[in-house]
Structures are given as C-alpha cells and as structure tokens.
Design a protein around this ligand. Structure first.
Ligand code: ATP
Length: 199
C-alpha cells in the first residue's frame, strides 16, 4: 500500500486545485518558509478524518478553508482527495485503488466519500484503522510531537500500541454497542412501567 496522489482545492493556502503525485519510497517536500509544506501534511491528516482543529494548527475547523489573499477572495469550501494504491489489499475493500475525499463547506456542512460514493466519517476511519492509518494519526508526527510521545502516560502509550495493532476499532465498536444496550434497557424499563400502569 502506498499513497499515490493527493489533490487539494480550497484547502488552507491551496486555493486552486493542486495535485501531488507520490511514488513508493521517501518523498520530501521542500520550499521556502511559509510556502505551505506543512499544509500538505495537514491535508493528509484532514482527509484521513482528523477532527482536531488544533492538530491542524487552526482555531476552528473552518480555518482549513482558503481564507483569501489580497488578490483572491476567500472560498466557500475546502476539498481534499487522497488516492491510495491498494494492490496488496492492505485496506479491507475490494478495490486496487481507493480514493477517499473530504469536503467542508463554510456554511458548516461536510461530506466524506470513498471512491466517489458518499459515506460517513466512521466508514473512512474503519477503512483506514487496520492499515495503521488510524484516527489518532500516529503515523503523522508533527513538530514537537515526539516530546509528547516521550512524556505520554502509560495509558496513553497503551492507546498508541492499541491503535497500531488495530484493537482500538474493536474497543470503540464495543463501547458503541454497550451504549445501545443501555439505551435499550432503559426503553425496556419504561415499557415495563407502562404495561404495569395499564394493568
Ligand atoms: P515553515 O517552513 O515555516 O514551517 P511551511 O512551508 O510549512 O512553513 P505552512 O505552515 O504549511 O508553511 O503554510 C503557512 C502558510 O499557509 C501561511 O502563509 C498562511 O497564511 C497560509 N494559510 C494557512 N491557512 C490558510 C487559509 N485558510 N487560507 C489561506 N492561507 C492559509
């Protein structure tokens, strides 16, 4: 599995559609200070489902949308698509090439898609989590983040390992199911009360 292309449009400093092509192996992005190198990494994290505005170096999620320059007005939406080569089947989906996309509208709405079909954020997170590209984004190590890993508590460190091992997905599913069961139990209790009152 390797990243093939990344297309950004209206994302941070990339007002016009810009496509980056990656080959297997190491890719280096070079450029002057403030030219948008880190924005490329932010786009990768964002399309893979990152939900933390701070992780993306902004105050709120809307900050990822091109805010305009002296010569160009702000845009109404940010869109990022990432195409992943899946010939080795690392992603649990029957396609040799997978494109995940994320769009955020300034009006607030957002959309996610896998190979052009609209999906939920959860679908993207689950698709990626077995490959190590999990929702906690431990595959992207930002400036200063190494310190955070070195100073992590035991529990946080276990979280990193669980994410890497693909266990976290099952833990989250279990938590969701337990919440559903609790809601169901509350409904049953209410039903028992009602039938008791009717009798
Ligand atoms: P350095 O080498 O200093 O780390 P860099 O090449 O990594 O810099 P980035 O941090 O990726 O640069 O990009 C910063 C630039 O992106 C700034 O000029 C900033 O104004 C611009 N930028 C960030 N968010 C937006 C936005 N929403 N709209 C327009 N421009 C933005």
């Amino acid at each position: 599995m390797h990243l093939k292309t990344l297309t950004v449009r209206g994302f941070k400093s990339f007002a016009s559609a810009t496509t980056f092509q990656f080959e297997p192996g190491v890719t280096a992005v070079v450029g002057p200070n403030g030219s948008g190198k880190s924005n490329v990494v932010d786009a990768l994290a964002w399309v893979m489902g990152e939900q933390g505005a701070k992780t993306l170096r902004g105050g709120k999620m809307e900050d990822v949308i091109f805010a305009g320059t002296s010569g160009r007005p702000p845009l109404g939406r940010a869109q990022v698509s990432l195409t992943i080569d899946n010939t080795d089947g690392a992603l649990p989906i029957e396609y040799t090439e997978v494109t995940i996309s994320r769009t955020l509208f300034r009006s607030g709405g957002s959309e996610y898609a896998i190979n052009g079909a609209t999906c939920r954020l959860l679908d993207i997170q689950e698709l990626l989590s077995d490959s190590g590209l999990g929702r906690q984004m431990h595959v992207i190590v930002g400036q200063g983040q190494l310190d955070a890993v070195l100073h992590a508590t035991g529990e946080e460190r276990r979280g990193f390992i669980e994410e890497a091992a693909g266990i976290l997905k099952h833990r989250r599913r279990k938590e969701k199911t337990v919440r559903k069961l609790e809601a169901m139990q509350a409904n049953l209790t209410r039903l028992t009360d009602l039938t008791g009152e009717i009798r």
